[in-house]
Design a protein around this ligand. Structure first.
Ligand code: HEC
Length: 212
C-alpha cells in the first residue's frame, strides 16, 4: 500500500497537467479528450495518424497541427514544407497537379493538410475548387459543416520511402466561376514516428493564385 500510493498520485497529476495545459489551447472538450485519452489508454485505439481533423491548416484564423503536436516551435529551422504546382494565375475549371514536399533530417513519418479558399470578395473563406487524390496516400476530409474540403495524408501516406523527405501529389481543379483570388494554406508534420503527438515539427505554407 505504502508503495502504491505515491505512484498513483504522480500518475494522475501528470495526467492533470497535460489535460489543463491542453485546455488553454483547445477549449473544445472532444479535442482535449482526443489527446488526453492516448495517455491513459493503450496507443493505437485512437488513430490520429490515419488522418487529422479538418480546419488545421493555419489559414483564415484556424489553428495548425500544433494544437496537439505542441512541444516544438512552428517552422523551426532544420526543416521545410514546399508546395509546388499552384499556378500564379488559374484558368477556371482547369486541373492542376499539386505536390507537398516535406523535409527534415531523419524524418521517417509525416503528414499534411491543405485547403483552398477564396481570399476576398463575397465568397471570402468559402471553398474554392475541388481536390482529387491520385493514389492511396491522400484522402479528402470535409469540414464539420460540410462546406469545405481538405486534402490530407492517409496512414499509408505517412511513411517516408526515403529517410528525410516525404512528398504527396494530388489534383486541384480550379472553380468554374471564380469570384476572386484563391488562398492555399498547408500545414505539415515532420514527425518522429513514436506514435505520439510529441517531438514532431509543424511547418506551414501560404500561397495565393489569381483568377484569369
Ligand atoms: C487533436 C489533436 C491532434 C491534432 C490537431 C493533430 N494531431 Fe496528429 N496526432 C495526434 C495524436 C494523439 C497522435 C498519436 C496517435 C497516432 O499516431 O495516431 C498523432 C499522430 C500523428 C502522426 C504520426 C506521428 C508519429 O510520430 O508516429 C502524424 C504524421 C500526424 N499526427 C499528423 C498530423 C497533421 C499533419 C496534423 C495537422 C494537419 C495533425 N496531425 C493534427 C493528435 C493530433
Amino acid at each position: 500500500m505504502e508503495h502504491e500510493e505515491p505512484g498513483r498520485i504522480r500518475g494522475s497529476s501528470a495526467f492533470f497537467i497535460l489535460h489543463s495545459s491542453l485546455r488553454r489551447i483547445l477549449p473544445c472538450s472532444p479535442l482535449v479528450l482526443g489527446l488526453a485519452l492516448p495517455v491513459a489508454l493503450p496507443l493505437g485505439l485512437l488513430a490520429f495518424s490515419s488522418g487529422p481533423m479538418p480546419n488545421m491548416t493555419g489559414g483564415f484564423g484556424e489553428p495548425t497541427c500544433r494544437s496537439c503536436h505542441l512541444d516544438q516551435p512552428l517552422n523551426a529551422p532544420g526543416g521545410s514544407v514546399r508546395v509546388t504546382g499552384i499556378p500564379e494565375t488559374f484558368q477556371p475549371g482547369h486541373a492542376y497537379e499539386i505536390a507537398v514536399q516535406l523535409e527534415r533530417e531523419d524524418l521517417r513519418r509525416g503528414g499534411f493538410e491543405i485547403g483552398a479558399r477564396f481570399s476576398s470578395g463575397p465568397d471570402r473563406g468559402a471553398q474554392a475548387g475541388t481536390w482529387r487524390p491520385l493514389d492511396a496516400r491522400v484522402q479528402l476530409q470535409k469540414s464539420a459543416d460540410g462546406t469545405l474540403s481538405f486534402a490530407q495524408h492517409t496512414t499509408a501516406g505517412t511513411l517516408a520511402a526515403t529517410r528525410g523527405a516525404l512528398q504527396w501529389s494530388f489534383e486541384w481543379t480550379a472553380p468554374a466561376h471564380a469570384s476572386g483570388p484563391v488562398q492555399f494554406n498547408t500545414a505539415a508534420n515532420a514527425s518522429n514516428d513514436d506514435a505520439s503527438p510529441l517531438g514532431d515539427f509543424i511547418y506551414t505554407d501560404e500561397q495565393s493564385s489569381k483568377s484569369r
